[in-house]
Design a protein. Structure first.
Length: 293
């Protein structure tokens, strides 16, 4: 997902609005300034490629946002295509922003009530969210009102367009916030897993034991643990056990059988092999090194 920050330097107006139904849909757009188009795809997916080579599929029943930062080529993937769209024109600055930057913008808005100008945050697309239906309704409203010859037609269209941008901004903050919450939850799961490992070093520890203590599936914990620590749970357990063994060797001359028992390893040959694997030296060489110290 790509997000865009749009800072309007003046009140925008709707420069184009229409519906389109066709077979073999194809279009090409060039890069433009001070333009942004919002489309509701009612029927037929669209295969997109911009002039940087990035490709994606915009599915039917989704919202597609084009700030015209890049040229774009699109082609319908079905036999029939239908969409509703509008474009706004205004003096505006458009930037690609990261989720972290969006969170900073949100904090700034809550603290000061402004993000530096009239600001909107929009995603490149929205699918499967409750706001899609409301945005589609507003786009149809813009199209119908723009066709009327009434003094307030432009004002009504602009108001509806700004409501679309408000809904897209709400969606962007919601998505970024929920993702941040999920990342925080994953971090807490990993912290609990590490705490369990550190307090059960004298036992045989399996991935299922750790997942059971944390309260999530083995598969999910394995994935997020590797992502957060760079190690599998088994590798982390082995490293922790050997680090504990090294501490005991350094502090006193405890028999190896006692050290093995305290780190939950009953097979001394396996302990020798694991120690060499983790430290690059034998237990005997490490003991001699500590004695020399």
């Amino acid at each position: 997902m790509t997000y865009y920050k749009i800072v309007f330097e003046e009140t925008p107006h709707v420069s184009m609005a229409h519906s389109h139904k066709t077979q073999n849909f194809y279009f090409t757009y060039e890069q433009k300034i001070n333009r942004c188009e919002i489309m509701y795809i009612e029927q037929g997916d669209i295969a997109l490629q911009n002039d940087t080579g990035e490709e994606r599929i915009a599915p039917a029943l989704s919202i597609l946002c084009w700030p015209y930062l890049h040229g774009q080529v699109g082609m319908g993937t079905g036999s029939l295509h239908k969409h509703y769209t509008f474009c706004i024109a205004s003096r505006m600055s458009i930037f690609v922003v990261s989720p972290a930057e969006i969170m900073d913008i949100g904090r700034n808005l809550m603290q000061t009530g402004t993000a530096g100008g009239f600001t909107a945050i929009i995603p490149d697309s929205v699918a499967g969210h409750k706001c899609v239906g409301e945005i589609a309704r507003l786009i149809r409203l813009i199209i119908s009102r723009r066709a009327l010859v009434k003094p307030n037609a432009d004002l009504t269209c602009t108001a509806a367009a700004m409501e679309v941008f408000a809904l897209l901004t709400d969606y962007s903050f919601e998505q970024v916030s929920s993702n941040a919450t999920a990342r925080y939850s994953d971090l807490r799961y990993c912290e609990r897993a590490i705490a369990y490992i550190n307090t059960h070093l004298s036992e045989k520890i399996s991935a299922s034991d750790i997942a059971g203590a944390v309260g999530i599936s083995v598969g999910y914990l394995s994935r997020i643990f590797k992502d957060k620590t760079g190690k599998s749970m088994v590798a982390y357990v082995n490293q922790s056990k050997i680090n504990y063994a090294r501490t005991m060797i350094g502090e006193n001359y405890m028999p190896l059988s006692d050290i093995a028992q305290k780190i939950g390893i009953s097979d001394k040959k396996y302990l020798y092999r694991l120690f060499k694997q983790q430290t690059g030296m034998t237990i005997g060489a490490y003991m001699n090194l500590k004695r020399d110290d």
